[in-house]
Design a protein around this ligand. Structure first.
Ligand SMILES: C[S@@+](CC[C@H](N)C(=O)[O-])C[C@H]1O[C@@H](n2cnc3c(N)ncnc32)[C@H](O)[C@@H]1O
Length: 245
């Protein structure tokens, strides 16, 4: 059993509570949903385009390990790390050929400058100190190595009725601007994408409405409308490709 800090900082849930939250979540949801698969596909394409030779890859916040398994198609040396011991047990059971570690990235002393690529999907919004997370990730990456990182888009989250979400869960959403700003001390941003347009409040209610989309349909296909919304930064998921400075 991992020994984790039990006292929360600045009124945020402590790591122990976070771990319990994610253990319960991944016990309920063992397989990725369509949005996770779409995000994974986009990130895999970005990673493939880097054309890294025998890269050492870390999937940070890998949950049940489904995406770490996909990354193993790019290089043999792939590791998945997650706070949730329950998720890591499932990952080890389902993908025994891959190296998974249960641990808290804020308390792990991993070898510096050991990774060619770190991928971290939807983790940064759920940690107590985003700047420290980015500093720790940068430390793990070789000079000129890469980071592909995603997070939920604050602009969309604030205009979308997602239903109830427990308090125990740290949520510090980022806009594209604030996301880039957190990375900039350690990384050069090479590419920024927004994918999966969604939302049902404010301006997003209008842009998602049947009336608005029917107006565009004589001119544009459904895929083209979606593409335009993504280009306008209205995607639920923000993805950055960055290179270590
Ligand atoms: C929203 S989930 C994303 C899971 C997966 N990357 C995906 O996209 O399907 C966030 C994950 O980050 C992990 N996580 C949160 N804080 C962590 C920490 N301090 N160290 C390691 N993993 C952490 C959680 O356990 C959880 O599985």
């Amino acid at each position: 059993m991992l020994e984790l800090e039990k006292i929360s900082t600045a009124g945020q849930p402590a790591f122990q509570e976070q771990r319990e939250y994610w253990d319960e979540r991944w016990n309920r949801q063992r397989r990725p949903n369509d949005w996770q698969l779409r995000r994974g596909q986009t990130i895999l394409e970005l990673a493939r385009d880097l054309r890294l030779k025998d890269p050492k890859i870390l999937d940070l916040g890998c949950a049940t390990g489904w995406f770490t398994a996909q990354l193993s198609g790019l290089g043999k040396d792939v590791t998945g790390i997650d706070l949730s011991e329950g998720a890591i047990k499932l990952a080890q059971r389902d993908f025994p050929e891959i190296h998974y570690i249960a641990g808290n990235i804020f308390e792990m002393n991993l070898p510096a400058e050991s990774m060619d690529l770190v991928v971290s999907q939807e983790v940064i919004a759920h940690v107590p100190d985003q700047h420290e997370l980015v500093r720790r990730i940068a430390r793990l990456i070789k000079p000129d190595g890469y980071l592909i990182i995603s997070t939920a888009n604050k602009f969309v989250i604030e205009r979308w009725d997602m239903g109830p979400d427990p308090d125990r869960h740290i949520k510090q959403w980022l806009t594209m601007k604030s996301f880039k700003k957190v990375l900039k001390p350690h990384f050069r941003i090479l590419k920024g994408l927004s994918i999966i347009p969604i939302g049902d409040r404010g301006i997003l209610r209008f842009l998602s409405s049947y009336r608005f989309n029917a107006m565009l349909r004589p001119l544009l296909s459904g895929d083209q409308i979606e593409w335009l919304k993504e280009k306008a930064g209205l995607g639920y998921s923000l993805i950055l490709l960055a290179q270590k400075k």
